[in-house]
Design a protein around this ligand. Structure first.
Ligand SMILES: N[C@@H](CCC(=O)N[C@@H](CS)C(=O)NCC(=O)O)C(=O)O
Length: 281
């Protein structure tokens, strides 16, 4: 579990549940969905990726990789969306979304790990090729600040591929889609067997993967080959909790907030006028 010792000490004072998240980020959406399913009260700190609000010393002081989401609960900071889900499940066990039988828990762990492992090579690469690279292009100033703040080699390499005029290639996007297809073919079989990814109940595995289907569909990923996934997704996306956690946030137009925990000069200037609601992975 990634428990962060935050350089931005202002978050140590926060009481209750605070989520740093972005409207169209699937990693953020899975955490919002779990919060809604558990009916937990939480405070939103929206980070507009289109406006590069994540590229600031204040935000890297909360999540050292500069990505969303990050959860702060009574001053404890947790990064990594699947770790956040496990933390919430442990801390607020009712209603529970673990496997009904403990024998099935390793399968849930497998699907959570897969959604993490496939994020950069699969989901993020596919989405940047399809949608995000142009929308999330960094100015020279933002790129310089990003390189100064980012210490994670995988993210530096990833972002270098769509900087300074460079873009992901079609071959890279095809390789990303092939990786995703391998996983979706396995998901298709699992869902066809029991109606859910693991066993016969709605679990953290379904909560983790369903917002990814929303994101990839927006990028044009072809789910036509996966009828069980389509039926499963229809079922989950009709839940009021999904509407609130995923669709309402995706469709929101502005996020004009003043957030003292990331209120650097650059952020404050950018934030006046509200957010852009751009896609971001
Ligand atoms: N493994 C991380 C991935 C987080 C991640 O990459 N989040 C995306 C949004 S889905 C982000 O913040 N992108 C901005 C960036 O890469 O600078 C998690 O699951 O929390």
């Amino acid at each position: 579990m990634v428990v962060v010792v935050p350089a931005n000490v202002s978050v140590l004072e926060l009481k209750g549940i605070h989520l740093y998240h972005a409207n169209r980020s699937n990693c953020s959406a899975r955490v919002r969905l779990l919060l809604e399913e558990k009916e937990l009260y939480w405070t939103s700190h929206h980070i507009d990726l289109g406006r590069k609000e994540n590229i600031s010393e204040e935000y890297f002081g909360i999540n050292p990789k500069g990505v969303v989401p990050a959860l702060v609960h009574d001053g404890t900071v947790i990064a990594e969306s699947n770790d956040i889900m496990l933390y919430l499940e442990k801390t607020f066990p009712e209603p529970g979304f673990r496997a009904v039988s403990p024998d099935l828990q390793p399968e849930i762990d497998y699907w959570l790990k897969m959604s993490g492992d496939l994020h950069i090579p699969g989901i993020k690469t596919f989405q940047y090729y399809k949608l995000n690279a142009a929308l999330l292009e960094k100015t020279d100033e933002e790129l310089a600040l990003y390189k100064k703040l980012q210490t994670d080699a995988e993210l530096l390499t990833f972002h270098d591929k769509h900087s300074e005029g460079r873009r992901f290639s079609e071959a890279e996007a095809d390789a990303a889609a092939a990786l995703l297809d391998e996983s979706f073919a396995r998901q298709e079989r699992a869902i066809a067997d029991g109606g859910w990814l693991v066993g016969a109940s709605y679990t953290l595995a379904d909560i983790s993967w369903s917002p990814t289907v929303t994101t990839l569909s927006a990028g044009g990923f072809d789910f036509g080959r996966y009828p069980s996934i389509q039926e499963w997704y229809e079922r989950i996306s009709r839940r009021p909790q999904f509407e609130k956690a995923v669709f309402e946030w995706r469709n929101r137009a502005t996020y004009a907030v003043t957030d003292p925990t990331i209120a650097g000069a650059a952020n404050t200037a950018r934030r006046s006028g509200g957010g852009t609601g751009e896609p971001g992975q």
